[in-house]
Design a protein around this ligand. Sequence first.
Ligand code: DX5
Ligand code: ZN
Length: 228
Amino acid sequence: MAPRPLIIAPSILAADFANLGQDVQRAVSGGADWLHIDIMDGHFVPNISFGPDMVRTVRRIAPETTLDVHLMIEQPDRYARAFIENGADILTVHLEAHHNVHKTLELIRNMGCRVGLAINPLTMIENVFPLLPLVDLLLCMTVNPGFGGQSFMINVLEKVRAARTFIREHNLNVDIEVDGGLDADTAGPSVTAGANVIVAGTFLFKQKDMGAAISNLRYKATEVTSAG
Ligand code: DX5
Ligand code: ZN
């Protein structure tokens, strides 16, 4: 199968909420392929972010951009419809959340949305193998979910490598996304390991020139790949 396109997905968790419209515009005009929206419920993770209304707001500001919605919530099956109706293009749920994972993945698919499955850094990769034929995207968390600005956990890349091998061997059509602590140093090794979707919050939003930062991230990610 041909190499998958590299996707850069700024995480709006790191945006300035007082200037959300401007920050989303900055990401879109800077060349973001997708926008990553982190939903936290204060139960699955020890933090609360925002809900379906935020997805609707971002959809309004960025009507053309793929919205990649990452649910760090318990019972995601109860809320999937609200996120899809408000504009999610990809809806990702956690393997570790309290729900019938298989049923939730089917539910999302039946609502016409792209399906994502996420795993925490300490979850064994073998646990997702049986579910990979049902998803479009596998999200390997490279920090413990809940907060932006944490340090990248390099050991997770072993799981990314194993997942990419499994996906290749079984001829599946699945993107691998890494999320947490991604920057110009960690993007390259992630892509070399087999990831093709790079989520970055703090690294991108703290820069004055988001376009230059996205280009730099893209360059660093592909530089390592083409070097072998
Ligand atoms: C963490 C979130 C991430 C976060 C990444 O729970 O899932 O998407 O926004 O932020 P940075 O890039 O700052 O680590
Ligand atoms: Zn996320």
